[in-house]
Design a binder for this molecule. Structure first.
Ligand SMILES: [Zn+2]
Length: 187
């Protein structure tokens, strides 16, 4: 996993490259590869197991391959939140007795199947583009404000929308809004 120091270095290289258009494209491609691996198409989280981001019926069938149902940008961002706040981050809890006791039994906070009646019919959760999470020890409003205030930080680069007002969890998603700023919306 890339350190933030390396991320900043990559950003510096990219900035330098902008002053030399001849090298721009080659360097930009190098930076992307350096940051995200091959075209951001493969990502295995450092801090999350597959069951934490898919419901039980999916994990039962696909096991660790269940990551295929979740957008790599969501997985990357969960790790980034874990590192940025330097606290545990929880999504689903259903396979951990301890987490269930402490925080409640959650099983549809990452990917949701099309069959579920939870949430909106076309929710980004059903495309694997969203997660509802908690940063343990940091209140949801504080997490939300931190992200919105520091939205140019590399850790938050893929977040395109977050839910406003909700206090029980932080919903973020990575849908293509066409906007450079993070959009807040009411559920
Ligand atoms: Zn959500």
């Amino acid at each position: 996993m890339l350190t933030y120091a390396a991320t900043l270095e990559a950003a510096r290289i990219a900035k330098e490259a902008r002053s030399d258009t001849g090298q721009l494209h080659a360097l930009a491609a190098d930076v992307e590869t350096h940051l995200y691996g091959r075209a951001c198409s493969i990502y295995t989280p450092d801090h999350f197991a597959a069951w934490e981001v898919v419901p039980p019926e999916v994990f039962k069938v696909f096991g660790d391959r269940s990551f295929m149902f979740v957008n790599t940008r969501v997985l990357w961002t969960l790790d980034a939140l874990r590192k940025y706040f330097d606290k545990p981050v929880i999504v689903n809890t259903y396979r951990s007795g301890k987490l269930k006791t402490l925080f409640g039994d959650f099983d549809e906070r990452g990917f949701r199947t099309p069959a579920t009646t939870t949430g909106a019919a076309l929710s980004p959760h059903k495309r694997g583009d969203a997660a509802d999470c908690n940063v343990i020890g940091v209140g949801v409003p504080e997490v939300r404000d931190t992200i919105l205030t520091n939205q140019n930080h590399p850790a938050f680069r893929f977040i395109t929308r977050i839910e406003a007002e909700v206090t029980g969890w932080l919903h973020f998603d990575v849908v293509n809004t066409g906007q450079t700023k993070i959009i807040t919306f009411n559920p």
